[in-house]
Design a protein around this ligand. Sequence first.
Ligand code: PLP
Length: 404
Amino acid sequence: MKYSSKELKIDGYKAKILVQKYSTPLYCYSFKKIKANIDNFKKNFKELNPLICFSVKSNSNKILLKEIGKMGLGADVVSIGELVRALKSGIRSNKIVFSGVGKTANEIHYAIKKKILLINTESKSEILEIEKIAKYQKKTVDIGIRLNPNIDAETLNQISTGKKENKFGVLEKSFINLVNYCKKSKYLNLKCLSVHIGSQILNIKPYQKMLSVLEKIIKKTKYHFEYIDLGGGMGIDYKNNNKELDLIKYSSLIKNFQIKNNSKIIFEPGRSIIGNSGFLISKIVYIKEGHKKDFIILDAAMNDLMRPALYKATHRIIPVHKKNNKTKKIYEFVGPICESTDKFLTIKNFQKLYEKDLIAICDVGAYGMSLSSNYNLRPKAMEILIKNSEIKIISKRQTLNDLI
Ligand SMILES: *Cc1c(COP(=O)(O)O)cnc(C)c1O
């Protein structure tokens, strides 16, 4: 993304021209950025030779998954829907891990049949269910157990997953008991310890603590885990202030850990692969004067991009056509949905805006479209991908007919 003669350009294409062709609201992804993120991830963690499983819930677009698969990544899925889609996108089953606290018998049957790399279990009940199904299918199933390390990931509360009050994983005592249970089972082959402490993590300390908890607990189990799945959660620079997670440091911490434990490392990144590759371009429908601020009413809403409403997440908003006339007003960018939480951001000192102007909401590649809905019976936006100077429609705009 850059401006040339004050016009926002995404990989060489003027956003204004994209809108003329495809209308708004429009999700636009940069292939170049996705590839750079993947290359960067691989480079930073090269020493570990990890298996990188893309977290499909962050963006489940079929064509994007295909592209990501072609670059050698596997998939981390959390439902049968995501599992089927990952397989259909050409990702091989021996690169797929299945996470989540509530996998149903149907989902487990399917995962076993497809011989995926690991089912990462999250409770005793689930382990018993898998054992029952494995016995029925006369198979031995490779599983992991997700540990809840009771660590504060120092991120938004709503996307923290590794504290003892969170529903994810099992606590230390239970973990050790379950390892002992699996050792004796004919149908379960315990191969992995998995952990995922949260998302949008920018500080290395929680990861550092996590690794030291893992080390301590692994010693107590006296068990050799073929895989250690460290999850995802690597944060990105939403605020554009160069505060980024130090991946090289993280890699060297993991390397020390790996030398002691001699396990293969798995990662499950979502946001750090796809987050900053996407823009949501939207048109201003109306501008309304309010008390001490003006409401910029967009044609994009919380159904298109839920993160601000759901997590109070911040996404930068930038103009598609830059001007130098700063307003002294406060602008609140909102959508048309009948909810007070349907607002994206409040900004001071923005350039003066007019009705029908275009803006772009930044870094919406992860948990943008995948969290979208038809709330208020609004059709879903179109998604396009810019790849090697070509524009590809990767999901069509829903029509009213699709909905009604
Ligand atoms: C959501 C999730 C991820 C991906 O998290 P990011 O912050 O997008 O990297 C990885 N593993 C599990 C188990 C998850 O639930």
